[in-house]
Design a protein around this ligand. Sequence first.
Ligand SMILES: [Zn+2]
Length: 344
Amino acid sequence: MKPAFALMALLLCLQRAVAWDYELHRLIHELALASLPTHFPAFTTTHNSRERIAFLSGEPDRWRNTGDVPLRHANGPEHYFDVDDLEHLGIAPEKISPFREQFILQVHAGRAAHPDRFPPIDPKKDPDHVKWFPGLLPWKIAEDYARLKSAFSYLQTFEKDGTPDEVANAQANVVHLMGIMGHYLADAAQPLHTTRHFNGWVGPNPKGYTTNKTFHAWIDGNFLKRVGFDRPALLKRVRPAELAWKGDPKKLRDHIFPVALDYVRHQFELVEPLYQLEKEGKLSADSESAAEGREFLLRQLLVAGQQLGDFWYSAWQQAGPDTFLQVYLARRKLEESKRERANP
Ligand SMILES: [Zn+2]
């Protein structure tokens, strides 16, 4: 094998499994789109925008296919958050910093205080240097929410005082961000993205849960592919989008991080029930009780779609005008009219 191929093969087998497969990521975005009210900005729901949003649902996983370790280092941990690591790190959930860099320092401090709780990491099995870390999923969700809110804000302002090109660019950015941010909200609803037991149970296992290393991929899509499900019926179960967060957008320091963290922690509560379903045979495609496993996973797809719809809706509702941009555009207009007067 050529060295480059050998490296790729190594990286692929070391990488944490993706969450929902591309088909299910697309479906979650479709569920979210179905939840939006009819007065939601129409440019987001044209045929082209819907297809773009659905395509982008898979984009952050495509970034994981690269062999470039700096990107893998930055991107990989944004797809998961091992909630059970917090206890080992001695970090109380209410003490978690909403700021990602400060949380990284909290993890360093936790590992330094409890070295006995963390087995040494073999550098050969960790080429992208991510194994010391529980993940960054809630931070990524909160940051992307703010990015989308910002895009809706500057869109409003360009619609008032910008050029048609600026409005078109701002609209394209809204669509892009809707697609990208949805990936992470969707990942969180795959319970195996919230736990150190992400691909089979690890460590003490008194309840005898599966340790099978195909478990993650089975939940990501293989089980639903085997048992099938009624897609139109699932789309009909979507409720209209609601505000995910009722913070005061005028208060600069109010932010959505606690909502994102609660959402992820809530999915973590489903890790053991998921392993239990497997133990009871309800996630075997040929079992008579496979319907129970299917319903569990369909509910998770719905949870993801609704939460995503709620986040899109909230970002739009909570976006005020971009006041910095307003001043810039007002000045630009003034200078243009001065120039016109000077050179009629
Ligand atoms: Zn992912």
